[in-house]
Design a protein around this ligand. Structure first.
Ligand code: HZT
Ligand code: MN
Ligand code: MN
Length: 442
């Protein structure tokens, strides 16, 4: 069922309660005087009258709402008890199987959180926003739409569902710019405001959506395509990501995860018929993109310092209890390497920046705007413009050159190649692994 979020849904219930009290007073007399009065047939009072007379409070106990289409109902209106759906729960295996049942580990989980039923709620709320927004994106995105239209349909949904905090306290909002990277572009493309690109029938688009609640970022991505020839590429990457997520765990070496991902990814190939008049087709091996990685996530920081390779590596870094990660894998029909290219859209303030000495007055003002609106969360030029900022490019470039702001240029494999991505966010809880972004879609 869909519901207009602007309509009050509590009216009937509350009005009935008011009438019940009223009816009792009339029909069940408490003394003889009342009983001897002639019965007046009175009109039932409306809830509006009851509120006006102050006999009833509006929205005493809001009834849960259902999501609208397009999605515009804040999730706190749907999950009115503040309990959001858990992600997929995976028991730890082998050497770590004791964690699932260990009283000690359960105690650690309880102590780490004053209220264990509340501490994971922020990331779960972000993840549920992600699932609802991407469900709408998946059924709505069509060739013929502009990149700006696609970004807006995703971002308008995210802002509404997460109930974006615009007070400057950054309590909830978009976690990072919506990635809409096409074909040989693997990541970090989102339209700038002058973009005129239109999605085509044979495009392969990576849709990377970020949502945060109190700085807990849900980072998850999927790939859309319409050309069935590329089905094996999409399947390879989806399976590779699921392999990485399955292998992940406390004390697991990230290099071993990379090897497992690469093994699955590179067991696939893609055969595409020639389109230039030649007869026949070309078969491409699917390659894992060796210079892209997953990462851990820290509060308000999309990368927390650890990387998760997607190819075999001697990286000895281990995943640790209490950390949380985004595992993302990228497959390609090209070289399996990306390079930075094209106009930048993505940026983030480097952590640890407070009041650096700045020559340009415009750079000082811009830095304040960035600190207030995004903190250390990544953002893009469109988001900066929404704050009312214009003619900022010179100041922005000066902040980038002084390494106060980090730029994240689009990342491309070889021209003509096709790339795909899937990504999930998961928690390494003391007692289990929780894949918060898991849905019935991927
Ligand atoms: C940077 C800027 C953003 C983090 C991964 C990523 C999208 O490639 C350590 C490992 C958003 C995210 C990021 F605006 N990057 N996940 N989803 N991009 S990354 C990275 O820069 S840093 C990987
Ligand atoms: Mn991502
Ligand atoms: Mn990521």
């Amino acid at each position: 069922m869909t519901v207009d979020p602007t309509k009050d849904q509590v009216v009937d219930d509350a009005a009935d309660k008011v009438d019940d009290v009223e009816d009792e007073g009339e029909d069940v007399p408490k003394d003889g005087n009342e009983a001897s009065k002639p019965k007046k047939k009175r009109k039932r009072k409306t809830k509006a009258q009851a509120i006006a007379e102050g006999r009833v409070k509006e929205e005493v106990k809001p009834e849960p709402a259902t999501q609208s289409e397009p999605p515009r109902v804040g999730l706190t209106k749907i999950f009115t008890d503040g309990v959001f759906p858990e992600g997929e729960i995976c028991e730890y295996l082998n050497d770590n199987s004791y964690r699932t049942t260990s009283a000690e580990k359960k105690e650690i989980e309880r102590l780490a959180n004053e209220n264990p039923d509340e501490t994971y709620q922020n990331i779960r709320r972000a993840a549920e926003v992600h699932r609802q927004v991407r469900q709408y994106a998946q059924k709505t995105i069509r060739p013929g739409m502009t990149m700006i239209e696609i970004a807006n349909l995703i971002e308008d949904g995210t802002r509404a569902l997460v109930e974006e905090d615009t007070s400057g306290k950054l309590q909830s909002g978009i976690g990072f710019p919506t990635g809409l990277s096409l074909n040989s572009c693997a990541a970090h493309y989102t339209p700038n405001s002058n973009d005129t690109v239109v999605l085509k029938e044979n495009d392969i688009m990576k849709v990377d959506i970020g949502v945060h609640v109190k700085g807990k970022i849900c980072d998850s991505a999927f790939t859309v395509h319409w050309d069935r020839n590329y089905d094996p590429l999409i399947k390879a990457v989806k399976e590779a990501t699921n392999t990485g997520v399955r292998e992940a765990g406390i004390d697991v070496r990230v290099g071993d995860i990379g090897a497992a991902i690469q093994e699955v990814m590179e067991s696939y190939e893609v055969t595409v018929p020639h389109t230039d008049g030649r007869v026949g087709s070309t078969t491409y091996p699917v390659k894992a993109i060796g210079n892209l990685t997953g990462h851990n996530i820290a509060p308000y920081r999309i990368h927390g310092g650890k990387s998760v390779p997607i190819v075999k590596s001697h990286d000895q870094d281990k995943m640790e209890e209490g950390e949380y990660f985004a595992i993302e894998t990228f497959g390609s029909t090209g070289r399996g390497r990306v390079v930075e290219s094209g106009e930048v859209s993505h940026y983030a303030l480097n952590p640890g920046i407070k009041n650096p000495p700045l020559r340009l007055e415009t750079a000082k003002t811009l830095l304040k705007t960035i600190q207030k609106n995004f903190g250390t969360l990544p953002w893009c030029r469109r988001y900066l413009e929404r704050t009312g900022t214009s003619r900022y490019l010179l100041a922005l470039n000066s902040l980038v050159n002084q390494e106060i702001v980090q730029d994240y240029p689009p990342l491309y494999d070889a021209p003509g190649s096709m790339t795909a991505q899937f990504e999930h966010t998961f928690l390494l809880r003391p007692t289990c692994k929780e894949i918060v972004s898991r849905g019935d879609d991927y």
